[in-house]
Design a binder for this molecule. Sequence first.
Ligand SMILES: C[S@@+](CC[C@H](N)C(=O)[O-])C[C@H]1O[C@@H](n2cnc3c(N)ncnc32)[C@H](O)[C@@H]1O
Length: 184
Amino acid sequence: MPQLELALIVFVLLTAASIVWSTLKTGMSPMMSSGKACQAMLAAIEKPAEGPLIDLGSGWGTLVIAVARKYPHQQVIGYELSWLPWLVSNIRKKLLGLGNLTLYRKDFRQADLGEASILFCYLFSKAMVALEEKLKHELPNETLIVSNTFALPSCKASKTIRLTDIYQTPIYVYDWPSALCTES
Ligand SMILES: C[S@@+](CC[C@H](N)C(=O)[O-])C[C@H]1O[C@@H](n2cnc3c(N)ncnc32)[C@H](O)[C@@H]1O
């Protein structure tokens, strides 16, 4: 087999293995928000306050890049654990010259979210439980939280948008810290 083909096969296998490995590690695949979800999440923001706009698990950069393009004068941050999506999103960021966007290869659970004006997420139920605990302990400031599909388990959303897709996917919007959360 020619060396180029072999190199290509090895590359594809390593890529697939890396995605499977990080999915097992984080509990979630790097699935992108749909175009409709991105539009609805962006539309949920009126005028962001100062303070960074942060995507918790920025994946391939789909949402975080749309945010950075829409708000070129705001600091935008993405945290992503899976190295391949993180690498691809960084390449996209460089190609688009998005100087206001910083992408960290880091667990958002270890990040300081205290200065955020808006938090975006598209995670899964278990991660939302951990996120809610973190927010209750570490987020005193006013922050808007916009979550694709999954709700914070014990907090009341100020608004729920339903996408016009086959699942009628919900987008939950929370005004933190005034969101009514029951004690856990
Ligand atoms: C469903 S994807 C969403 C990607 C992007 N936010 C979007 O809307 O297109 C969720 C991402 O969160 C990442 N993730 C899950 N837990 C994480 C954690 N604790 N820290 C950083 N990234 C995490 C996963 O690797 C995955 O890429």
